[in-house]
Design a protein around this ligand. Sequence first.
Ligand code: BG6
Ligand code: MG
Length: 220
Amino acid sequence: MKNTGFIFDLDGVIVDTAGYHYLAWKKLADELGIEFTEEDNEQFKGVSRQRCLEILLEMGNIEVEPEQFESWLKEKNEEYLTYIGKMDESEILPDVPKVLKYLIERNIPMALGSASKNAAPILEKVKLKPYFTSIVDGNAVTKAKPDPEVFLIAAKDLGVDPKHCIVFEDALAGIQAANTAGMISIGIGDPEILAEANFNFRDFTEIDNDFLNELINLEN
Ligand code: BG6
Ligand code: MG
């Protein structure tokens, strides 16, 4: 039997942290006098911390020296960490544990493939770390999604051929990264935004065991 691997994005797939990222960016934006709405925050999904700050500064027409840039990155992250510190299992998105349990009971190797440098502490806070054989996060990559690097490293760690990997993603950049890696992409969220995905679901409550079995046994 061929070996199948499952790779999960973190923010927006396993936990709903977009609101915390928003509040932390909003605080910095307010300080800098930049108008920043929840709608603007959509562009930040799946995007590295560094790129988010670049976009924010572009919105405010602000140019800065590298030292100041680093200091704002740090300030945003410290604010974000105050929210993360209070997280617990209640912030896991609906039916995610059900899917993870189903897969682990069948010895399917699973990896995390996230742009976040805070992925490991978040997984620990919500007590899902033991499910993952490999955690590939923002500290492990040199190129951000839509580059496929994060998922290719995860496939290598799992010892699974990329074409036998299934990726769950809520950001278009992540779907594109999975597609470029030659993997099966599953969009979680708005099917219009994630139209490039091979399969689309609003959330994990729509994913049943028959579909998981289909993925596990997919001939591709
Ligand atoms: C992604 C989020 O998972 O991680 C982005 O969707 C975020 O919004 C990125 O900017 C980086 O996160 P962190 O925790 O390293 O600042
Ligand atoms: Mg995401």
